[in-house]
Design a protein around this ligand. Structure first.
Ligand code: UT7
Length: 318
């Protein structure tokens, strides 16, 4: 993983702003979720706009040229259009005309799914350098009259650059050590969008049984993380930084507690970003890399759980 970058739209929506729109309060939102504010895309600002800016930041941080990228995997559930994939819009914006670009849709687990996809394609030898991006404009699919959901989500984008490199014969493994993916479609009606091209012909709005999602989250997250530990031989004690999907501070703390990861090793951005779905992990990663908490050689544990249900975990040596 050569570098990372992110982008947040300029407009900030605070809990106090929301309390003027729906029957809620800063106290309720902070207590139940840990969220204090979130960013919202400007009118006309699209998922691919934000993804392109995050990608440019990641390329600059990695000190590589856009022309060296031959694979773009963009995780999003809020693409600019039903098709083409928003990834090809990013590809064109970066002036890349070779290689492949496509979207991956696994809702909040999208970034972990995209990481697994790019990692496999690099390891197969088909591609040599990838941009893996998570970008979302959930503000466009929220029902702004539903206080149970509209206070939870935000917009933004994050990206990483992955390079195909041989592991050194000696010393510690580098890069993506393992990615474990899961899904269980029996839970699909607990978190979904009530529209789509082949059902209603509309975009639809996000619907969620929050309590039900919450009920499963910690167990699913810790189970797939244990799976990642088993696959690599690492344990919670080896983890330098835990970078969870940022849905709810209570889910993050509950998962860390169950895994035995101390609070000082958790990267938390949910207070400032809200839940940005597929963008939340690379946004949090970039935060902790930018302020130098994360150092080269650190072992990072990433995890996410969301609509589908889908969930997954990755261990990465930064
Ligand atoms: O990315 C993965 C996807 N999403 C998640 O991970 C979200 C998972 N779920 C959650 O984070 C939590 O379930 C929520 C934050 C959504 C809700 O927290 P909760 O502690 O499960 O609250 P609740 O749904 O049981 O609601 C408690 C009360 C209800 O009132 P009554 O029925 O007890 O009178 C709600 O109507 O809080 C009420 N309520 C609100 N009150 C003020 C629900 N939303 C709000 C609100 N402001 N925004």
């Amino acid at each position: 993983m050569l570098g990372c970058g992110s982008y947040l739209p300029a407009q900030i929506l605070t809990n106090a702003d929301l309390a003027r729109k729906v029957d809620t309060s800063d106290e309720w939102i902070v207590q139940r979720t840990g969220i204090r504010e979130r960013h919202v895309a400007a009118p006309g600002e699209t998922t691919s706009d934000m993804a392109t800016l995050a990608a440019r930041a990641a390329l600059a941080h990695a000190r590589v040229d856009a022309q060296s990228i031959d694979l773009i995997v963009l995780a999003t559930s809020t693409p600019d259009n039903t098709f083409p994939a928003s990834a090809v819009t990013v590809q064109a914006a970066l002036g890349i005309t070779h290689g492949a670009a496509f979207d991956v849709q696994a809702v909040c687990s999208g970034f972990v799914y995209a990481l697994a996809t790019a990692d496999s394609l690099l390891k197969s030898g088909s591609f040599s350098r990838a941009l893996v991006i998570g970008a979302e404009t959930f503000s466009r699919i929220l029902d702004w009259t539903d206080r149970g959901t509209c206070v939870l989500f935000g917009d933004g984008a994050g990206a990483v650059v992955l390079d195909r490199q041989e592991q050194a014969d000696q010393g510690e493994e580098r890069g993506i050590l393992t990615v474990r993916l899961r899904s269980d479609g029996r839970h699909k009606s607990k978190l979904y969008v009530d529209g789509g091209p082949s059902s209603t012909g509309t975009v639809g709005h996000l619907r969620m049984e929050g309590k039900e999602v919450f009920r499963y989250a910690v167990a699913m997250i810790t189970d797939v993380v244990e799976d990642a530990f088993e696959a690599t031989g690492y344990t919670a004690a080896d983890v330098d930084w835990f970078i969870p999907h940022q849905a709810n501070k209570r889910i993050i703390d509950g998962s860390a507690h169950k895994l035995g990861i101390p609070p000082g090793k958790i990267v938390v951005t949910v207070d400032r970003h809200g839940n940005t779905s597929a963008a939340s992990i690379p946004l949090a990663l970039n935060d902790a890399v930018a302020d130098r908490r994360i150092k080269r050689g650190d072992l990072l544990l990433l995890e996410a759980m969301g609509g589908g249900f889908t969930w997954g975990a990755a261990l990465v040596r930064w």
